[in-house]
Design a protein around this ligand. Structure first.
Ligand SMILES: Cc1ncc(COP(=O)(O)O)c(C=O)c1O
Length: 393
């Protein structure tokens, strides 16, 4: 049996994988089993933001692995404590370390529920249409897309869905039982829609006025992707709780919920926990990520992002199948007026890894280390593919 047959026989059928068998990966490149080289403009869904096998990250993780891999959160692992301090200082608050994005959001939602419980028996949380917050039952309940709710009802109750960037629709949903609002600043899975600055300011004011916790899910858009360490730094609007995961440890599993002000004091001993959360090897990697993402590193990546965006706008002007370029920093969407699956497949054949979300939006999440020459190469392949698709039509 070949690898595809083995997978098909033994795995639950949850992933529809593309025809790429990965042999090795380094920097912005992936090689398949036959030695073919691919330019990776997806970074494992915004995970390897520093590129594959970043030297500082690998060195830090190996050093920790030489000491120990796991000791339990009943004891002190200095690497974990150091990371907690670094994150808490960066955001200003207290941190809970988990393994994944969904778990980071579970922590934030639990904190919101406890906050509501202790401030007048409130429990409703406002989320947004088209959002994505994870695959656990609770985070799916917070996800504003019906396709994820099929066959799972009844879902955990008391999430209400407002329209993204529409403050009046949020106002309409607030009632005596509302305790929090959860939002992605850029809806990644939902098609690369970006929150408006004015809307986010109004949302912050609305939460303050009604004593609601404001939670930013920066699991996909955080950790440098927008040219700032936290995406909210582009807005000047700070949440009460932020959730991070994906690229926090640049390829090793790690999630974090960081809370400030009153939100930092919600939990007490025993309220929450995780066996693996804050694994020391992942924490060592995350410390290296934080040290590497200096302001000058991030501003360089923003220059590349501007260059990429300008090139994509040129493609939009040339090819009528491109409707819109969306997103921020190196989290960009190319919205098409056709299904994007064939384009993704064709790009792959030509050695470029991109993704398609919401049927029609090509999602570009290149590692932040790419140079202009990588942009030129990617745009060349994208253009050839758009041309091919246009002729096919
Ligand atoms: C915005 C957002 N929140 C939460 C998640 C869930 O993260 P994980 O898959 O690590 O559980 C994702 C994953 O794609 C995401 O994009």
């Amino acid at each position: 049996m070949n690898i595809k047959q083995v997978e098909d026989k033994n795995f639950m059928r949850v992933y529809k994988r593309d025809a790429l068998i990965v042999k090795k990966a380094k920097g912005q490149y992936i090689w398949d089993e036959k030695g073919k080289k691919y330019l990776d403009f997806f970074s494992g869904i915004s995970v390897c933001n520093l590129g594959h096998l970043n030297g500082a990250v690998v060195k830090a993780a190996k050093k920790q692995l030489d000491e120990y891999a796991h000791v339990s959160n009943l004891y002190y692992a200095p690497t974990q404590i150091e990371l907690g301090q670094a994150l808490a200082q960066k955001f200003g608050g207290r941190v809970f370390l988990a393994n994944s994005g969904a778990e980071a959001n579970e922590c934030a939602i639990k904190a919101a529920r406890k906050f509501g419980h202790t401030t007048g028996g409130r429990y409703e949380i406002i989320a947004f249409e088209n959002s994505f917050h994870g695959r656990t039952i609770m985070t799916l309940a917070a996800t504003g897309q019906k396709k994820f709710h099929e066959f799972l009802k009844p879902l955990p109750p008391k999430f209400a869905f407002a329209k993204f960037n529409d403050i009046s629709s949020v106002k309409k949903l607030i009632n005596k039982k509302t305790c929090a609002v959860i939002i992605e600043l850029i809806q990644g899975e939902g098609g690369l829609f970006t929150a408006d600055k004015h809307f986010l300011n109004e949302l912050r004011n609305l939460c303050d006025k009604n004593n609601l916790l404001l939670i930013f899910d920066e699991i996909q858009c955080g950790v440098g992707r927008t040219g700032k360490f936290f995406a909210f730094e582009n807005y000047g609007v700070k949440p009460d709780i932020i959730t991070l995961a994906k690229s926090l440890a640049n390829g090793l599993p790690l999630g974090a919920a960081i809370a400030c002000g009153k939100a930092a004091e919600i939990f007490t001993y025993g309220d929450h926990g995780s066996t693996f959360g804050g694994n020391p090897v992942s924490c060592a990697a995350a410390l290296a990520v934080i040290k590497t993402m200096t302001p000058s590193f991030l501003s360089k990546s923003l220059q590349t992002a501007k260059y990429l965006r300008a090139k994509l706008e040129e493609l939009k002007n040339k090819y009528s199948i491109v409707k819109e370029i969306r997103g921020m920093g190196l989290m960009l969407g190319v919205d098409l007026n056709i299904c994007g699956k064939d384009i993704v497949r064709q790009c792959l054949k030509k050695g470029l890894i991109v993704n398609c979300t919401h049927e029609t939006t090509l999602r570009l999440l290149p590692p932040l280390i790419i140079a202009k020459k990588d942009v030129d190469e990617a745009v060349k392949i994208l253009e050839e593919t758009l041309k091919w698709q246009t002729l096919k039509k």
